[in-house]
Design a protein around this ligand. Structure first.
Ligand code: EPZ
Length: 434
């Protein structure tokens, strides 16, 4: 178990650089399988989930060469396997993107049960529906593993209408359809920035995908893709986390290497709380908070709505705000468990039906020993610890290391008094020889 100790109550001030987007990187890495040539991926965040996706690529037989901590050359042209067992797949959700990528390139795949944060039911019925519509047979294997196989005549473009908006299903169907002959239309597609980033990467290699970022994505299947060099977009959620941390500590922080357009919903809500947010430059945002924030209501929803992955962090700010806020979680069925930890820090939160949190703002939080239950809940615990005067100890920080590059160093650079209780490299040092 990894721990972090924070002596909180200090204003965060200074500049922080945002890393590449986790949820774009974990889709783009398996997409390399579709290329008939090596790809160089740049601006990959140096986090556990990315390393696991690269290890899975190696398991399949791809050559994975580290150029720097944030860029890798991947040659998947000679992969010789289409099966991934539970070694690593159960450590993260995105392992199921190998289903779409291998199906699209090799016509078959089997992937052991994917893992990921425990934030509610995570069915894959929409992925399965889409694969079937494209002409694949889908078989459930023991212990949650799934096998997909193109029927004899191969995959063929078709119309895929999703019943709900799903990031993962949209990505998996894009991966499966890119090389499928004919025309695929995805209706009710997810519109997150990482969907657009994946489509941009594939188009650079020769794919014909239009409409990414809207409800309808159109894919004209192409015969082959060529390798390329591509730089992943900045992480919208990492940026949002530092924005909220700046506000919660009444700080003054410039957040660099961002796409302000991707942060609009977070910016709007912070401004509603009375926090000053300015984006005078194309790639940075300035967050400043001099007085107690005001309450506001939040409802999470797919992009461009308020991101569910920012819900726990924003709730910490609302705990400190003047007045009552209502937080409505409409994406995941169980994403309020962390509120127990905030209540131990003196927050006043009432969760109703696991869907709604009524937050009565308090003047301040008290330091405590708390747990990081999952990735974003863990990031929220960092913010709570930074805002609360006294010594807060956070356990299970490995969840946070899955998705935030150098989080302790970045907060330290902003003036936080924060240390890891263990000395080892947070992102397992045995990987890739460092
Ligand atoms: C992605 O998960 C992200 N993960 C999640 O981020 C994020 O919370 C989520 O999208 C929503 O934005 C990655 O990108 C790796 P969904 P995903 O399919 O794709 C239901 C983080 O912290 N659903 O959009 O798994 C599902 O139960 C993580 O970085 C079905 O019913 O999410 C949920 O209620 C946590 N059937 C809703 O849709 C399906 O077949 C949205 O899920 C698929 C999904």
């Amino acid at each position: 178990m990894k721990k972090v100790i924070i002596n909180g109550g200090k204003r965060l001030c200074g500049t922080v650089e945002i890393s590449g987007a986790k949820n774009a990187a974990v889709a783009i890495i398996p997409a390399v399988i579709l290329a008939d040539g090596p790809c160089t991926l740049e601006n990959l965040p140096d986090i556990m989930d990315v390393r696991l996706m690269l290890l899975l690529m190696k398991e399949l037989g791809a050559k994975v060469e580290k150029i720097t901590n944030n860029s890798y050359r991947i040659d998947a042209t000679e992969i010789n396997k289409t099966e991934l067992n539970e070694k690593y797949t159960s450590d993260l959700r995105a392992s199921y993107y190998y289903l779409g990528a291998l199906l699209g390139k090799k016509g078959k795949a089997s992937v052991a049960s994917p893992g990921g944060c425990n934030i509610g039911n995570r069915p894959i019925d929409q992925h399965v529906k889409g694969f079937k519509i494209l002409g694949a047979k889908v078989t459930d294997l023991p212990n949650g593993a799934v096998m997909v196989e193109a029927k004899e005549e191969g995959l063929k473009g078709n119309q895929v209408y999703f019943d709900i908006v799903s990031v993962g299903a949209t990505i998996n169907i894009i991966l499966a359809a890119t090389l499928a002959p004919g025309f695929t239309v995805i209706e009710q597609a997810a519109k997150e920035p990482h969907i657009v980033d994946l489509a941009n990467f594939l188009n650079l290699m020769g794919a014909q995908i239009s409409g990414a970022g809207t409800d309808t994505i159109k894919i004209q299947g192409v015969e082959k893709l060529t390798g390329c060099t591509y730089s992943v977009i900045p992480d919208q959620i990492e940026a949002g986390t530092y924005m909220v941390a700046a506000a919660a500590t009444r700080g003054d922080v410039i957040i660099k290497n961002v796409i302000p357009k991707h942060l609009e919903s977070i910016t709007a809500k912070l401004m509603e709380c009375g926090v000053s947010v300015s984006d005078d430059y194309d790639d940075e945002i300035h967050v400043k908070c001099d007085s107690r924030p005001k309450s506001c209501n939040i409802k999470t929803s797919p992009h461009p709505g308020f991101p569910t992955d920012m819900q726990p962090q924003m709730t910490v700010l609302l705990c400190l705000a003047e007045g009552t806020s209502i937080v409505n979680e409409s994406v995941w069925g169980n994403r309020f468990r962390y509120t127990e930890e905030l209540i131990r820090m003196g927050a006043s939160i009432n969760v109703e039906n696991k869907k709604l949190a009524v937050v009565e703002g308090v003047e301040g939080l008290k330091a405590a020993n708390i747990n990081a239950y999952d990735l974003r809940a863990g990031a929220a615990m960092f913010i709570a610890g930074l805002a609360a005067p006294g010594t807060t100890e956070i356990s299970y920080v490995e969840h946070v290391d899955r998705g935030y590059e150098k989080i302790v160093e970045k907060f330290k650079k902003l003036g936080a008094d924060i240390e890891r209780a263990d000395e080892k490299d947070p992102v397992h040092s045995e990987f890739f020889g460092d």
